[in-house]
Design a protein around this ligand. Structure first.
Ligand SMILES: Nc1ncnc2c1ncn2[C@@H]1O[C@H](COP(=O)(O)OP(=O)(O)OP(=O)(O)O)[C@@H](O)[C@H]1O
Ligand SMILES: [Mg+2]
Length: 241
């Protein structure tokens, strides 16, 4: 298994770090059967990737072996945003590559500088990933991961776009629903909860994210010369506006 370095991993302010820590502890209390967890939201841009990444980091840092799987197969920006590069200089192959090729899983899973924290990024975005997610290979991949790691955290596409979220939910032990404070209409959140129920995926909890002025949802901290979040994804929709 190769190793990657994440050059742009942000440091969180205390309140955000604490909020993620509480989430981690609550998940621990759910018991040993909750291993494959999807992080999902109703609409795009609510903070799924942010929550998945931070939760994964804290779990690994607490000594619990965890893998983060990027299932945003249509438009992942994870490697760019976090400055993920392979230590051996090779091109990173991730989720969609693994699912569509006959290669060993170690070709697409990477160790990181965070001990106990492995990652499967997605680098080749595909137009129609439903076939890949519906495949037996995807099911087997998740099974394999849940035996190898204590937590398999799945950064998923939003529920409102396509049926991928329901397929993923069907294969998971539970879901964390990320809701962007003050943005996502209540009726849509309710609909997402129904979708998860229909997929047979227990709702483990809801994260209210990006809450204006709450102190825990927002921050503006400099790291490595970039402003986290503002660099690749545009800063117009947050930072206290
Ligand atoms: N709690 C937070 N504090 C600060 N910035 C945040 C927080 N949550 C999300 N962001 C930022 O908001 C933007 C959107 O978050 P993110 O990419 O995690 O959303 P997403 O739900 O994964 O979006 P998509 O549906 O496009 O995959 C990103 O720039 C992210 O860094
Ligand atoms: Mg995302």
């Amino acid at each position: 298994m190769s190793k990657v370095t994440m050059a742009n991993f942000p440091e969180l302010p205390y309140a955000v770090e604490e909020a993620v820590n509480r989430l981690r502890i609550n998940i621990n209390f759910l018991g040993n059967d909750i291993r494959k967890i999807m992080v999902v939201s109703t609409m795009p841009n609510e903070g799924k990737s942010f929550v998945t990444m931070q939760l994964w980091r804290q779990m690994a840092q607490a000594g619990t072996s965890s893998i983060l799987v990027d299932l945003d197969l249509r438009k992942s920006i994870m490697t760019e945003k976090y400055g993920i590069t392979s230590d051996d200089g090779a091109t990173i192959k991730g989720t969609s590559f693994y699912l569509s090729h006959t290669v060993g899983i170690e070709e697409a899973v990477f160790q990181t500088e965070i001990e106990h924290g492995d990652i499967m990024p997605n680098t080749d975005n595909v137009v129609n990933p439903s076939m890949l997610l519906e495949s037996r290979r995807f099911e087997e991949m998740l099974e394999y991961m849940s035996e190898k790691y204590r937590y398999v955290l799945l950064d998923s596409p939003p529920l409102n776009l396509v049926s991928d979220g329901e397929r993923i939910g069907n294969l998971c032990d539970g879901a964390i629903l990320v809701v962007r404070g003050g943005e996502t209409p209540k009726a849509m959140v309710k609909h997402s909860i129904l979708q998860l129920e229909r997929a047979g995926c227990p709702l483990l909890g809801i994260v209210l994210n990006r809450v204006q002025g709450a102190g825990s949802g927002y921050y503006y901290k400099k790291y490595g010369g970039n402003y986290y979040g503002g660099h690749y994804y545009g800063s117009e929709y947050y930072y206290g506006k």
